[in-house]
Structures are given as structure tokens and as C-alpha cells.
Design a protein around this ligand. Structure first.
Ligand code: ATP
Ligand code: MG
Length: 145
């Protein structure tokens, strides 16, 4: 039997990617996220290993850009965070804009800070299920509230 209502999670997971951290955009991006109403529930500044980046993007392993994506994601530090807001996953995808910054709406984070489809400044979970999986990938229970 189908549930009557889809239970919406109020959390999403994000990374500020190496292009944005190395260009000095971290503060401006976090400011925009917080001003949009998201509360930070966990956060860390780390550099991923090749194995960790590959595991995180495992669903893209067969895609032609997989190695390019992994090499980029380990090229500098990232900021990983769990964010809370009503309708978090969809609202955050709207805030960051389309994967390709050339197609991202005016004022979105990718429009403002991303250089290309590969180096696109931020990650945002694409579903409630993946938000939970991705948050669990980076944070223990002790590291979130
Ligand atoms: P993310 O998962 O990082 O939030 P997304 O959900 O908008 O991005 P996906 O389709 O999940 O897009 O792709 C994951 C990431 O892989 C993209 O953010 C981008 O960095 C990279 N990527 C996607 N398509 C391409 C491509 N054609 N060429 C190079 N890199 C790509
Ligand atoms: Mg994605």
C-alpha cells in the first residue's frame, strides 16, 4: 500500500567544492545559504582522498567524466555540511541552480560562483534518501545536532 503522504525530510547535505574553496568563495557561499534560511547542523573542512571521492560519487562510476570528477574533488579542500530547513532538498537545489552554470538562473550560487559544468562550486543532495546517505558518509552522530 502507498503511504498517503510523502514524508518530507527537512535536511539536505552540501559540499562547497574545491574550485570555490580555493578561489576564496567559501564565506560568501555560506552567507548566501544561511540568509536563504538554512541552519547548519554539522560542518567540516576537509580534503577528500581519491577513494573517498570515488565512493561518494559511486553512482557516476560508469560515466565518461567520472575520473575528471574525482580528480577535481580531491584537488583542494571542501566544506561538507548538513543543512536544515523546511523542504530542504528541493529548496537547496533551487538556491544552487542548474548543474551547468551557463544554464543556472540569475542569483543562484552556481550562476554567481561556478566556472563550468565540472567545476560547479557546490553539491546539493538530489533526494531525501541521498541526503541521509550523504550526511551519514561524512558525519558521525557526535558531529551533528
Ligand atoms: P551534484 O551532485 O554535485 O550536486 P548535480 O546533482 O547537479 O551535481 P550530477 O548529475 O549529480 O549533477 O553530477 C555530479 C557532478 O558531476 C556535477 O556536479 C559535476 O561536477 C559533474 N558532472 C556532471 N556532468 C558532467 C559533465 N558532463 N562533465 C563534467 N562533469 C560533470
Ligand atoms: Mg547529483
Amino acid at each position: 500500500m502507498q503511504p498517503k503522504f510523502k514524508i518530507m525530510s527537512n535536511r539536505t547535505f552540501t559540499m562547497i567544492k574545491p574550485d570555490a574553496t580555493t578561489k576564496g568563495y567559501t564565506g560568501a557561499i555560506l552567507d548566501q545559504i544561511i540568509k536563504a534560511g538554512f541552519k547548519v547542523k554539522a560542518m567540516k573542512w576537509i580534503q577528500l582522498s581519491e577513494e573517498q571521492a570515488g565512493l561518494f560519487y559511486d553512482v557516476h562510476r560508469a560515466r565518461p567524466f567520472f575520473q575528471e570528477l574525482v580528480d577535481f574533488m580531491i584537488s583542494g579542500p571542501i566544506v561538507a555540511a548538513i543543512l536544515e530547513k523546511e523542504n530542504a532538498v528541493a529548496d537547496f537545489r533551487e538556491l544552487i541552480g542548474a548543474t551547468n552554470p551557463a544554464q543556472a538562473a540569475e542569483g543562484t550560487i552556481r550562476k554567481l560562483y561556478a566556472a563550468s559544468i565540472g567545476e560547479n562550486a557546490v553539491h546539493g543532495s538530489d533526494s531525501d534518501e541521498n541526503a541521509t546517505i550523504e550526511g551519514d558518509f561524512f558525519f558521525t552522530k557526535l558531529e551533528r545536532f
